[in-house]
Design a protein around this ligand. Structure first.
Ligand SMILES: Nc1ncnc2c1ncn2[C@@H]1O[C@H](COP(=O)(O)OP(=O)(O)OP(=O)(O)O)[C@@H](O)[C@H]1O
Ligand SMILES: [Mg+2]
Length: 255
């Protein structure tokens, strides 16, 4: 049994159908990525899993239990934590308090203290700035903080919505390294939604490609990286395309 099973999920905003029967699975212990262009429906899927949206049709099963339509708080307690798009820290709380907010559902204070150490170990910059108010953090530091805060609930499944958005290249690499370490060392299963296809396909084991509300590809990331369509549309590699462009440019110059 997969940890998460999404079965034929349909979501509409008013008359517009944005998830048109989406199905996919996430095996326990894995990192799975969903790639797709702007507006494909990636965030909609994450919001459906975490209970912020109730699907019109279909099921979401977590550890075999139906969770679609349950309250977000209930879903968090079951072990799913969602890092939304756009770094929503509590701006007027310190870094430390933000992290502790992630653990508010937990009763095991020793476990919380241990996990706080783990977060500071993954993100040393947060430890340096633990007394600082969160609105004063840089964008990259805020992104680390929201990932750390989600980890503090000790989720079985961590949903990450574009963690690399707007980060400098060295920091993108750093964030993906930490995502991989959290998966390997803490055995946290991760669903990663990304536009940085290169990084996402490097860190995940399995990938799905979403195009306007439908899953159009489903394969190991190893095979997806070799797929011609993925190379062309998501990795920006296409031999003839590049040559074609050059020819076209030359032609223009001749005119
Ligand atoms: N609350 C809403 N009301 C109406 N339409 C919405 C709402 N939220 C999303 N949509 C529409 O649903 C579609 C899918 O949106 P979604 O945010 O899931 O895309 P996405 O794949 O996450 O895109 P991006 O990569 O830009 O974040 C888009 O066309 C969007 O305009
Ligand atoms: Mg989105």
């Amino acid at each position: 049994m997969a940890l998460l099973e999404v079965k034929n999920v349909e979501v509409s905003y008013g008359p517009v159908n944005v998830a048109k029967g989406i199905s996919f699975n996430i095996e326990e212990g894995s990192i799975v990525t969903i790639l797709g262009a702007n507006g494909a429906g990636k965030t909609t899927i994450l919001r459906t899993i975490s209970g912020l949206i109730e699907p019109e049709k279909g099921k979401v099963l977590f550890e075999g239990k139906e969770i679609q339509g349950l309250e977000p708080e209930v879903i968090v307690k079951m072990g799913i934590s969602h890092v939304p798009e756009g770094r929503e820290v509590f701006p007027d709380l310190t870094v430390h308090k933000n992290l502790m907010m992630g653990a508010f559902i937990r009763k095991d204070s020793q476990g919380v203290a241990d996990d706080l150490k783990r977060v500071y170990n993954y993100f040393p910059v947060l430890q340096e700035r633990k007394k600082q108010l969160s609105y004063t953090l840089s964008g990259g530091e805020q992104q680390m903080l929201v990932i750390g805060r989600a980890f503090m609930s000790r989720p079985k499944l961590l949903l990450l919505d574009e963690p690399s958005l707007g980060l400098a290249p060295f920091l993108v690499k750093n964030i993906f390294d930490i995502i991989k370490r959290i998966n390997e060392q803490e055995k946290t299963t991760i669903l990663l939604v990304e536009q940085n296809a290169r990084m996402a396909l490097a860190v995940a084991q399995h990938g799905y490609i979403l195009e306007v509300g439908r899953m159009v590809m489903d394969d190991t990331t190893e095979r997806l990286r070799e797929n011609e369509d993925v190379k062309e549309f998501y990795l920006g590699i296409r031999e003839e395309g590049i040559r074609g462009t050059r020819r076209w440019k030359k032609k223009k110059q001749w005119r």
